[in-house]
Design a protein around this ligand. Structure first.
Ligand SMILES: *Cc1c(COP(=O)(O)O)cnc(C)c1O
Length: 366
């Protein structure tokens, strides 16, 4: 059986492969792992994911409530800035609350005094391939960086959050970054009970030295007598999901162009934001096509790929690694039909868990 396109297809077996690594890391390092819902919030999968994690973390009140309601475990509340209108509900749904600045801590810390309270600190160092996503970029507002203000606030917090990695697949780079963090704020780490290192560590990648990471984290935690947290998002869902599309038309303009029933900006936005291309497998063969979306955006291009046979209208293409930062960012640009969401169960059956139609498009506007 196959489902109509377009749809995101999440593979339970592939998720299980990543989750086994999460379990191994938690077991060997003692670090707790919280799912970062910013990356992936397709809650129908939480029943599978949550038993392998310690809870969830958030970047808004909506994510916080979703984590509390659908993920369970320990629920961390973080937002770059809480508003007066949302802070009470945030506190009511949180097991820990992390403020992004000392001014937010001063404004709302009193209300949260019955909870463990944390402060996001910006250590001024990071690992990121993109300025756009670099938390330590010049003039960054992500985390408090004023040493004197942090010092003065230390009596009010039991933990710190430092998120300074973005798609970091190098253990050596991570370890060097931890060294720098220790040099810069080791004295602060000594004064708290817990530290979250945030997300962005690609420890579920194929050749990632998981044991070395576990040892490094364990030693780090022991040195400062802290409970460590990691907040993986992408690492949980990497290579678990495809965007299934079909060829609608084939046109020629210097290259053979296959137009498919999806749109980069609407369904895999980060490809545009970070100027990357999608991937297919095996991406081999004598027939080369540019695979492009059906929106009116001139640069709506998924990438150029090789195929073993000429493409024909109706052919299916699976765009790989379409789980992280896709479904949470999808939008109705051009009114392009919204991809459904499906799960391939362990026994191979395909479950269509959500589909969207014209009424959803209408309901997204007024
Ligand atoms: C984005 C983010 C994460 C998740 O990052 P991934 O790269 O998806 O692992 C975790 N924590 C914080 C604070 C974040 O901003």
């Amino acid at each position: 059986m196959s489902l109509p396109t377009p749809h995101y297809l999440i593979d339970e077996q592939a998720l299980e492969r990543n989750l086994k690594k999460v379990d191994a890391l938690r077991g060997a390092s003692g670090a707790k792992c919280l799912m970062a819902l910013k990356c992936f919030a397709t809650w129908s999968t939480f029943a599978q994911i949550a038993p392998h994690m310690d809870g969830s973390t958030s970047s808004s009140l909506n994510e916080l409530k979703l984590g509390r309601e659908k993920f369970g475990g320990e629920t961390h509340a973080y937002s770059v800035a809480w508003s007066d209108g949302e802070i009470d509900e945030a506190i009511a749904n949180a097991d820990k609350i992390i403020f992004n600045s000392v001014s937010q801590l001063e404004r709302f810390g009193g209300k949260a005094a019955h909870l463990p309270v944390g402060l996001r600190v910006n250590p001024g160092v990071s690992h990121s391939h993109f300025d756009l996503a670099d938390p330590a970029r010049p003039f960054s507002r992500l985390g408090e960086s004023n040493r004197a203000r942090i010092e003065a606030a230390m009596v009010r917090v039991s933990g710190l959050m430092l998120h300074c990695n973005c798609e970091n697949d190098s253990f050596d780079a991570l370890s060097a970054l931890l060294d720098q963090i220790e040099q810069r704020i080791g004295d602060l780490l000594e004064r708290v009970e817990w530290v979250s290192l945030g997300g962005g560590i690609h420890f579920t990648g194929e050749n990632y030295p998981l044991e070395k990471l576990a040892e490094r984290l364990k030693a780090f935690a022991q040195k400062y007598a802290i409970q460590l947290y990691l907040e993986p998002g992408d690492a949980i869902v990497t290579n678990t999901t495809t965007l299934e599309v079909s060829v609608l038309d084939i046109v020629e303009n210097g290259k053979a162009i296959a137009i498919v029933d999806s749109a980069v900006e609407a369904h895999m936005l980060d490809l545009l934001v970070y100027r990357e291309t999608a991937n297919i497998a095996p991406d081999a063969g004598p027939h080369r096509y540019m695979v492009a979306g059906k929106s009116c955006l001139a640069g709506d291009v998924f990438g150029e790929f090789s195929f073993p046979e000429p493409l024909a209208i109706g052919d299916r293409i699976s765009l790989l690694n379409a789980g992280g930062y896709t479904m949470v960012k999808k939008n109705w640009f051009n009114g392009v039909a919204m991809p459904a969401i499906a799960i391939r169960r362990r026994d191979g059956t395909l479950d269509l868990i959500r589909s969207f139609d014209y009424a959803d498009y209408v309901a997204s506007l007024s």
